[in-house]
Design a protein around this ligand. Structure first.
Ligand code: NAD
Length: 421
């Protein structure tokens, strides 16, 4: 299974995704050819284009990616991220995780992912709009409501999706809301989509606490963006004590629990968490090692490794972010008895409500927020139960069980469809 070593997407994050796939494939006795097919994306698009900054004479070259891992199950689906770390290996790994995630949730999609290698925080709103429109036109032939449907991810949001949808629609000559999900309500977005990933994370925290026998746990959340903020807010509403949260600049800690509505108001006003008066500052690395029962990494990948896994004090780790834990850390945490709810299950709430948005849009029939949330929780609980039962049955951890479940369904579909020609 090493044929792709040295290929374009061979980066540490890709290697992590492949190592996870290999472990699961080995343990479930996956057919060799299907195993090999799942190792690499079916389609990968790399683009470069000129980008004019607000200062008119300044033109820069920008790199963009859209990777479609699996075309077997239906259209492909996955976020677009704007981050300086974006590269072909990263989006390829993320597209593979999307495939497993959709399969675990029973959604009719294969995985995709894309992004631009930029720092969105350095760009003005006008620049962000221009770069999004140009990127959309660069990938216009490979996306579409029945082909490949982007959504927000790290560094992108509803507004970016609105620009993407508008650019696509201008080129097609009519409105095509189904080309993206996670778009604003007024152009066909779904109620509950903004908070969906965070709500799904919370559903896993609740199930995880039940499984690990934790009552009145203290929670630490790393990342205060779309995922972390919604998770913290909903957990607070449910009565959980959030002792620390963080963003890219650092975190805040209050032993007795943070006033989350106050924190939200502070961020609304100041843009960042720093300076929140009723808490002590704490660094992002230190935050992971704070005393707590539940840890939710919801920022970026590669946060928990060999260097810190034995210092985490949580008993339940619910991965809001994609790829926060290394393979070595997984082993250490398993040996230490920490229950890990893996990213491909824990953060699947986003793509699940994206699926609801896509259905509502194609039927021109929109659901209430209560309906959306109830359907989301039902699917999250069903998936958690299936993964937990598989883990217990096979005597493996939750990540292995989730991977095996996702991969098995895809393998069955591939086998049924056969090989063309
Ligand atoms: P976001 O851009 O809305 O928020 C990211 C948050 O992390 C921000 O608070 C940012 O300040 C912070 N951050 C950035 N770099 C950091 C660093 N090096 N250390 C600590 N904090 C840092 O992004 P998001 O949409 O919330 O995505 C977060 C994670 O969740 C990503 O791994 C993403 O792939 C994953 N995810 C997102 C969705 C979704 O629906 N948005 C769905 C599934 C998975």
């Amino acid at each position: 299974m090493n044929g792709e070593n040295g290929l374009e997407w061979d980066t540490p994050m890709y290697r992590l995704a492949v190592a996870q796939l290999d472990q699961a494939a080995e343990s479930m006795g996956l057919d060799d050819n299907i195993w090999q097919r799942l190792h690499t994306p079916q389609r990968a698009h790399v683009v470069s284009f000129p980008f004019r900054r607000d200062e008119y004479d300044r033109v820069e070259t920008v790199f963009g990616y859209r990777v479609q891992h699996l075309l077997t199950m239906g259209p492909t689906k996955g976020g677009i991220r704007y981050d300086t770390g974006v590269n072909l290996g990263e989006v390829t790994a993320l597209s593979m995780w999307m495939s497993w995630k959709c399969s675990i949730m029973g959604l009719p999609f294969g995985g995709a992912k894309g992004g631009l290698r930029i720092n969105p925080r350095e760009l003005s709103s006008r620049e962000l709009q221009r770069i999004t429109r140009r990127f959309t036109s660069e990938i216009i032939d490979v996306i579409g409501p029945d082909r490949d449907i982007p959504a927000p991810d790290l560094g992108t949001n509803e507004l970016v999706m609105a620009w993407l949808m508008d650019t696509y629609s201008q080129q097609k000559g009519h409105a095509v809301p189904g080309v993206v999900t996670g778009k604003p309500i007024e152009i066909g977005g779904s109620l509950g989509r903004r908070e969906a990933t965070g709500r799904g994370v919370v559903s896993c925290v609740v199930d995880g606490c039940r499984q690990a026998g934790l009552s009145s746990p203290r929670v630490v959340v790393q990342g205060f963006g779309n995922v972390g903020r919604a998770a913290a807010e909903i957990l607070h509403e449910l009565g959980f004590t959030i002792v620390a949260v963080s963003d890219v600049k650092g975190g805040i800690y209050a032993e007795k629990g943070l006033d989350i509505p106050g924190v939200l108001a502070h961020v609304e006003e100041n843009g960042y968490l720093e300076g929140f008066p009723e808490a002590s500052p704490v660094g992002n690395a230190e935050l992971l090692e704070l005393p707590c029962e539940v840890l939710v990494p919801a920022a970026v990948e590669n946060q928990i490794g060999e260097h810190n896994a034995d210092r985490l004090r949580c008993r339940l780790l619910v991965e809001g972010a994609n790829g926060p834990t290394s393979l070595e850390a997984d082993t250490i945490l398993r040996e230490r008895g920490v229950l890990v709810v893996p990213d491909i299950l824990a953060n699947a709430g986003g793509v699940t409500v994206s699926y609801f948005e896509w259905i509502q849009g194609s039927q021109r029939l929109f659901w209430t927020e209560e309906e959306v949330n109830a359907k989301l929780i039902a699917l999250m609980e069903r998936a958690y139960k299936q993964v937990r039962e598989a883990a217990e049955r096979r005597g493996v951890d939750m990540r292995s069980a989730a991977l095996e479940l996702g991969i098995r369904r895809i393998a069955e579909a591939k086998r049924t469809r056969g090989v063309f020609p």
